[in-house]
Design a protein around this ligand. Structure first.
Ligand code: F42
Length: 328
């Protein structure tokens, strides 16, 4: 099992670089930085991390092919690879619809867009002159003016078709989920895609990009996870809620509380223990370890400790290092 950690650059890049260094010292293999227009820029943050770490692999987790042209993405991540001495990984997905709505970008053909973008980026990294007339992505004749080399590409995916596509074309897949039930289905789809493409499914790094909250005091861990779990529940398809036995009506109640900014309602009852169980790896180191072992048995090969990580990030990063990574 490999371990990654996710940071959202709603915090200043210097603070994130500090946490990334701490994670490296604790034995984490990957650090992933999210990409949304309203936060600090992902590549500036990755640059600072690269300059402050030595061995941890660093990636966008995830960028998208709507707000950034694939040629720009190819150049940006290749620059990070150069700055970091070959530690860069590109995480890319079709992006977050809510932020695109705010930006006035229409979310057309996400599956085709991501497939074509990855093909183009691989071409740029291989030093090719890229000419493409895809359904969405088009290049007349474009080429990077510097050598990039091979950079692993991970896809952000949850839906069955996206997971299958990841199995066909990606080096890894970042799956926003935490529960074995979701991964049983996901691993099956990835395997289907890999087999369709004539690949060995074990070539694909199956990554659980989780909501993670660890503390020696289980109550503290749960309290820290509640707001993140509320956002996940509010954004989950009905099918996913039903899979976990969560009433579909809860989604609108939680959505209304989020819209009102009533975080007290979320923490004092709207977010149930069933939701925490479904949407987070949460609890003491022993609780978290048990869930990680369950995911490993299904075929998960990387655990990403995502927000909130714990009520005290620094303490939680150290706890994961000492009581989980060191004991795997
Ligand atoms: N998005 C961000 O913008 N920023 C982030 O930092 C970020 C991090 C992140 C981390 C992990 C992760 O798993 C996802 C993350 N995302 C982030 C979201 C990511 O960018 C993707 O939006 C998300 O992973 C995709 O969700 P999804 O797999 O459910 O895919 C969507 C597009 C979907 O609906 N998929 C369906 C499916 O079955 O997989 C199929 C859709 C389909 O087939 N569409 C057709 C097509 O051609 O695209 C066309 C349909 C039509 O009518 O146009």
């Amino acid at each position: 099992m490999k371990f990654g950690i996710e940071f959202v650059p709603s915090d200043p890049a210097l603070k994130i670089a500090y946490y990334a260094k701490l994670a490296e010292q604790q034995g984490f293999d990957y650090v992933w930085i999210t990409d949304h227009y309203n936060n600090r820029d992902v590549y500036s943050t990755l640059t600072l991390i690269a300059l402050n770490t030595n061995s941890i692999r660093i990636g966008s987790g995830v960028t998208n092919s709507y707000t950034r042209n694939p040629a720009i993405t190819a150049s940006s991540i290749a620059s990070i690879a150069e700055i970091s001495g070959g530690r860069a990984v590109l995480g890319i997905g079709p992006g977050d619809k809510a932020t695109f709505d705010a930006m006035g970008i229409s979310w057309v053909k996400p599956l085709a867009t991501i497939k074509e973008a990855i093909k183009a980026i691989r071409g740029f990294h291989a030093g090719q002159k890229v000419s493409m007339d895809g359904e969405v992505v088009r290049f007349a004749s474009a080429k990077l003016a510097f050598t990039a080399g091979k950079i692993p590409i991970y896809m952000g995916a949850q839906g069955p078709r996206m997971l299958e596509l990841a199995g066909e074309i990606a080096d890894g897949v970042l799956i926003n989920a935490s529960h074995p039930k979701d991964f049983e289905l996901a691993v099956e789809q990835i395997r289907k895609g890999a087999e369709k493409a004539g690949r060995d499914p074990s070539e694909v790094d199956v990554t659980a990009y989780t909501c993670f909250s660890i503390d020696n005091n289980p109550e503290k861990a749960v309290n820290a996870a509640k707001v993140v779990v509320a956002f996940i529940a509010a954004g989950s398809p009905d099918l996913v809620l039903e899979r976990h036995g969560i009433p579909v009506e809860a989604k609108s109640q939680i959505g209304d509380a989020i819209a009102r900014g009533d975080f007290g309602a979320l923490t004092s009852g709207l977010v149930t223990s069933r939701m925490i169980e479904a949407f987070a790896i949460c609890g003491t180191p022993e609780d978290c370890m048990k869930r990680i072992k369950d995911l490993e048995a299904i075929g998960v090969t990387q655990i990403v400790a995502g927000s909130p990580i714990g009520s005290d990030k620094e303490k939680s990063i150290k706890l994961i290092g000492k009581d989980i990574i060191a004991k795997m």
